[in-house]
Ligand binder design. Structure first.
Ligand SMILES: Cc1cc2nc3c(=O)[nH]c(=O)nc-3n(C[C@H](O)[C@H](O)[C@H](O)COP(=O)(O)OP(=O)(O)OC[C@H]3O[C@@H](n4cnc5c(N)ncnc54)[C@H](O)[C@@H]3O)c2cc1C
Length: 373
């Protein structure tokens, strides 16, 4: 009797985002299906659900951080600590920032998003994009050092009046309150009134920020110079720290893949989560969008896509039929308002208070604890 041994499929996971955390934890199942995963990603992953809790000083940085090296060791997944910077799709080779290369049979991207802002602002002193989240943790450290020195409160400008801009403004106000310091913070944006929230929730949240001393200006930041910003209405504001909460777009790397993308740079994928133009390229989370079924940037979609992604990667090895991912039409989102309360929203309903934040903490700390195992 002769037996044919089929070579295992070499799967490269790029980025340890929400979906890939679950793929790593399912490595044994993948290997049993004939799919051998390796990971290329930074050493740690920061979980966004707890980011504003860290920024407000309520939580430690460590509570939002997952050590990827420990996780990959546990699941026997070879891990290269690096970022991917390019791809040669015909040759199936990835280029890494450290100058090395990695070949693949199948590649899966879960590399998240970046801030939509003039790229030359990012990296300037005193400019803090909301992604990567480590930038917010560094901002907290800078402000705490300032407060410890007892100097006058620095002028903070938050650019962006969407949910992220409001949550950041609330968290920074909370950080100052925790340290017993006055806050000098201006939230800017074309509306600056939280009308994106359902019913009267936006009004309630805006009033609460007003009461806590946040100034709101209905204009956009159009230029940044050391010490000040210029606004679209012609005003100039003093600015020691500019936080960029100006919206998200897929990680820049997607633009180099020569694959169909949407207007936010997200890889267009079929419902089975592979690119509509290359069935050897999978993608999930903020860097992907299901053609004809787009969703906002939110971690929940990466988390929910994970089971389908795992099944479909296993299907490559077993030859079974892949199944579609149908992103849910309704989801709960809870904002941390930085004062030990939260704002929970689902469809047109909302609920603000301590219990909303307690539920958020339970869900988010639970996710991090589960993902570490
Ligand atoms: C302040 C803030 C608060 C938020 N709060 C919430 C919330 O409460 N709930 C919610 O659902 N969403 C929230 N979001 C949105 C959420 O952050 C994103 O939707 C979510 O992180 C997307 O998950 P992801 O798995 O696609 O990517 P990410 O979580 O960003 O993970 C991608 C990973 O890939 C790595 N990576 C990036 N580029 C490369 C590369 N080239 N090579 C290798 N690795 C790479 C990154 O280091 C990162 O670890 C928040 C966003 C912000 C800015």
């Amino acid at each position: 009797m002769t037996s044919t041994r089929v070579a295992p499929i070499h799967l490269v996971l790029v980025g340890a985002g929400h979906a890939h955390l679950a793929v790593i934890a399912s490595a044994a199942r993948l290997r049993a299906a004939g799919v051998h995963p390796v990971l290329i990603a930074p050493a740690t992953f920061d979980y966004s659900g707890l980011a504003t809790g860290v920024l407000s000083g309520a939580l430690s940085t460590g509570s939002a951080r997952i050590d990827i090296a420990t996780l990959t060791r546990k699941h026997d997944v070879p891990h290269t600590v690096a970022e991917v910077i390019g791809i040669d799709r015909p040759a199936r080779i990835l280029a890494l920032e450290n100058g090395s290369q990695a070949a693949y049979d199948v590649v899966s991207f879960n590399i998240g998003s970046t801030v939509e802002a003039p790229q030359d602002w990012i990296g300037r002193d005193g400019v803090w994009p909301v992604k990567p989240l480590s930038s917010l943790f560094a901002l907290r450290a800078a402000l705490e050092a300032h407060m410890a020195a007892g100097s006058t409160p620095p002028a903070i400008v938050v650019a962006g009046d969407g949910p992220t801009g409001f949550e950041i403004a609330a968290a920074l106000t909370g950080l100052h309150q925790r340290h017993g310091c006055a806050v000098n913070l201006t939230l800017t944006g074309p509306k600056a009134d939280a009308r994106w929230a359902p019913g009267s929730a936006g009004h309630s949240m805006t009033r609460s920020l007003d009461r806590r001393g946040v100034k709101r200006v209905l204009a956009q930041v159009v230029a940044h110079e050391p010490g000040h910003v210029s606004l679209s209405d012609g005003q100039t504001l003093a600015c020691d720290h500019l936080v960029l909460a100006t919206g998200l777009r897929a990680s820049i790397l997607t633009q180099t893949l020569d694959l169909p993308l949407d207007d936010r740079g997200r890889i267009k994928v079929a419902p089975i989560l592979c690119s509509i133009a290359d069935n050897r390229v999978f993608a999930a989370g903020d860097c992907a969008t299901i053609k004809g079924d787009p969703r906002p940037f939110a971690g929940v979609f990466g988390v929910r896509a994970a089971d389908v992604l795992i099944d479909n990667l296993c299907a490559l090895g077993t030859g079974t039929k892949p199944r579609p991912y149908r992103p849910q039409k309704h989801w709960l989102s809870i904002m941390d308002l930085g004062d030990d309360t939260g704002l929970a929203m689902r469809d047109g309903l909302w609920w603000q208070g301590r219990l909303a934040l307690a539920l958020k903490r339970r869900l988010d700390l639970g996710f991090v604890a589960r993902s570490r195992t």
